[in-house]
Design a protein around this ligand. Structure first.
Ligand code: BDR
Ligand code: CA
Length: 308
């Protein structure tokens, strides 16, 4: 069974990524770390705690960075709602976050199981950059490092930049500059994972999970300004977890990725070169999703979560 540590900013698609990981018999979630992103850190941390309780998970939750390395925070509450989960209000959590900061938790957890844990980041990369600065050897200790973030075509937060990178470009630059090979599950891939009406028709008999979380979240998310005109909102973050579960679901291509941190119009752009010296490649960039198999996996995991 593979082990995964998820750094996240729940967030509607984050919530569904966590459900995918928890519901899979092939993954063990060893912890969640929160970061400010879609909404402020107090909400993303509370949501992580509420979601673990709602899903019946007992994993540790550690609170992380409340702001980017050097910039003012920006959020995506217009997509995820003021509390990050659309109009959903889950019961207040009984659990509390660990005393340890997320950065310490990431370092300690990876140090304790070198080569075993897939570190998966689906929010702004602030915690990961801080962890790399404090302990560069985490780049050797991960089994693999996977992000939802970036794009080799266009952005969503700005024409050039995807939200998770745009929110903290300096952190993303640290992360892509580290000695590991980042698996970049960017927008080019995640827009292939749209929760269309036909996909949603498969989510039957999911009880409270569907009534109290899945349906209201997807209704809110799909009705938000960026997605209301499309044929279903992309479940971005679940794609990163799906890659960890089964890399054959996603085609990846080696590339060099550098993060623009200075551009007036292009800050946060992930400048991607599929050509060039292979020795300079620092990333595996996702290009194509096996959609039917992806939704099969997600539906099976959701069914398990719903019935637990
Ligand atoms: C990413 O930004 C956030 O709004 C989502 O949770 C996802 O991680 C998509 O650009
Ligand atoms: Ca996210």
């Amino acid at each position: 069974m593979k082990k995964i540590l998820i750094d996240c900013d729940p967030g509607i698609d984050d919530a569904l990524a966590i459900a995918l990981a928890h519901g899979s018999p092939d993954l063990e979630v060893v912890g969640l770390t929160s970061v400010g992103g879609n909404v402020g850190l107090e909400h993303t941390t509370t949501n992580a705690l509420c979601l673990t309780e709602f899903y019946g998970m007992t994993v540790p939750v550690a609170r992380g960075a409340d702001r980017p390395l050097i910039r003012d925070p920006r959020d995506a509450s217009e997509v995820h709602g003021p509390n990050g989960l659309g109009n959903v209000v889950l019961p207040a959590p009984e659990r509390t976050p660990r005393n340890e900061h997320a950065v310490e938790f990431i370092i300690d957890t990876l140090a304790a199981s070198p080569g075993e844990i897939s570190l998966t980041a689906v929010g702004p990369l602030t915690n990961i950059a801080l962890a790399l600065r404090r302990e560069p050897r985490i780049a050797e200790w991960v089994r693999e490092f996977v992000i939802m973030g970036g794009s080799y075509t266009r952005g969503n937060n700005t024409p050039a930049a995807e939200f998770n990178i745009a929110a903290d470009p300096e952190a993303a630059a640290v992360v892509f500059g580290a000695s590991w090979r980042t698996v970049m599950i960017g927008l080019d891939l995640t827009v292939q994972a749209r929760a269309t009406a036909s996909v949603r028709s498969r989510f039957t008999e999911f009880g409270r999970f569907k009534q109290e979380l899945l349906s209201p979240c997807l209704d809110f998310y799909g009705g938000s300004v960026p997605y209301r005109a499309g044929d279903g909102p992309p479940i971005h973050d679940a794609c990163a977890v799906a890659y960890v579960l089964d890399p054959s679901l996603i085609t990846t291509v080696p590339a060099r990725v550098d993060v623009e941190t200075h551009g007036r119009f292009t800050s946060g752009m992930t400048v991607t070169d599929f050509a060039g010296e292979p020795a300079l490649h620092n990333a595996l960039v996702a290009t194509e999703l096996r959609q039917d198999a992806f939704w099969d996996l997600l539906t099976d995991s959701f069914r398990t979560v719903a019935s637990s």
